[in-house]
Design a binder for this molecule. Sequence first.
Ligand code: SF4
Ligand code: SF4
Length: 178
Amino acid sequence: MQALTQRAKQVNRKPMTFMESLYLPSIFKGMGITFSHIFKKNPTIHYPEQQRPFSPVFRGLHVLNRDEEGRERCTACGLCAVACPAEAITMEAAERLPGEEHLYREEKYAAKYEINMLRCIFCGLCEEACPKDAIYLSETFAPASFARKTFIYGKPDLLIPDKNKDPEGYAKAKGLAN
Ligand code: SF4
Ligand code: SF4
């Protein structure tokens, strides 16, 4: 039969020597390795109390951005959804009504905006495609969950708090609070 790999290793089936049958040398050798690690620096950290800094190029959870006046920047053009290789983004556009100029920057806005985080590969292409600087990947990440539907992030989850009204929430969403 043809071997699937070149790394096949012949198993040694020779009978054990007396010392080997005692297992003690192997046990002491294993214990020696264990004890040698006791005085070494612990590589683990106490997460979430302690956290390691992210890489400068880390791409985390998406944020829908606001402008300096706190208005939503997204104009529901759909370019991010087209650019997304995982087809993770869906949205519904709506027209801004008179008197809503303080809420939405453009004449059209996203009435519904969803990202399926189970599909997302955090490539950042949506951020690059956006002509309005409306979406970017922050330095936070999607918290763990047991339910699939909790990974569909809607607009209330993604829209960044207004930094003039809620500076703490704004910093947290951007990943600056830690
Ligand atoms: S980061 Fe990539 S995969 Fe995730 S929503 Fe944006 S374009 Fe799609
Ligand atoms: S986030 Fe940007 S690219 Fe996506 S729909 Fe909104 S304005 Fe268009």
